[in-house]
Ligand binder design. Structure first.
Ligand code: ADX
Length: 210
């Protein structure tokens, strides 16, 4: 057995600590759950995530947003946009989301998560019962027309490499994989309403594990 394996065997992860998740959820008055928003850059993920956060907070829900641009400047600042780094990015976020959910938080995750295999990885880390995938769908052309951050123009000029949807793959989801919000066909209010309805159903206390 290598030294590394021996060391790993001495680590006993505990997610419940001295106060159980159930106890925390009962006090919060809602279940913890991860809503994993994914889609192209500029599709509207962050806008929906922060809109949802405001609504839930107003209603007394314990809520945390994990957003691509923010997490990549801190925890994941050593990662770029190769396939390997994107996968590691998602793995770490899923582990963080799992910690938050174990304290009964509603976690709104907002990352491109371009491949189905990364979404599957995130779901397997968080746990299927605590995970809802939400595809924020807008075409590459629509996102390029919005170009909120000016990145599409830079990618076109060759200044941003491995750009998702251009030189780096994005695998769209079907509705057997995720709740789909089409931000091109529907307006922000309508997408937020659909998302909020789904969230409220998932976090209802009656669904809490006894
Ligand atoms: S992911 O593919 O690993 O899930 P993530 O959501 O963390 O991506 O980061 C995407 C954000 O990084 C985009 O919203 C954009 O602001 C920025 N970004 C910088 N370079 C790229 C790139 N090459 N492709 C996509 N997004 C990029």
């Amino acid at each position: 057995m290598t030294q590394e394996t021996t060391e790993k065997k001495r680590i006993y992860p505990s997610y419940d600590g001295s106060v159980s998740r159930d106890a925390k959820e009962r006090r919060n008055g809602h279940r913890g759950h991860v809503f994993w928003l994914f889609g192209l850059s500029g599709s509207g993920k962050s806008t929906l995530a922060y809109g949802l956060e405001r609504l839930l907070h107003r209603d007394g829900v314990l809520v945390q947003v994990l957003d691509g641009d923010n997490v990549r400047t801190g925890l994941n600042s050593n990662l770029g946009f190769s396939d390997e780094d994107r996968c590691e990015n998602i793995r770490r976020i899923a582990e963080v989301a799992k910690l938050f959910v174990s304290s009964g938080n509603v976690v709104i995750v907002s990352f491109i998560t371009p491949k189905k295999s990364y979404r599957e990885l995130a779901k397997s880390i968080v746990g299927e019962g605590d995970f809802t995938a939400v595809y924020v769908n807008a075409s590459f052309e629509a996102c390029a027309a919005r170009d909120v951050k000016g990145l599409y123009a830079k990618a076109k000029a060759g200044e941003v490499k491995q750009f998702t949807g251009k030189d780096s793959v994005f695998e769209p989801a079907q509705n057997d994989e995720a709740l789909i919000l089409n931000t091109e066909a529907s307006n922000y209010e309508s997408c937020l309403e659909t998302l909020t309805k789904c969230v409220r159903e998932k976090i209802q206390q009656e669904n809490a594990k006894k």
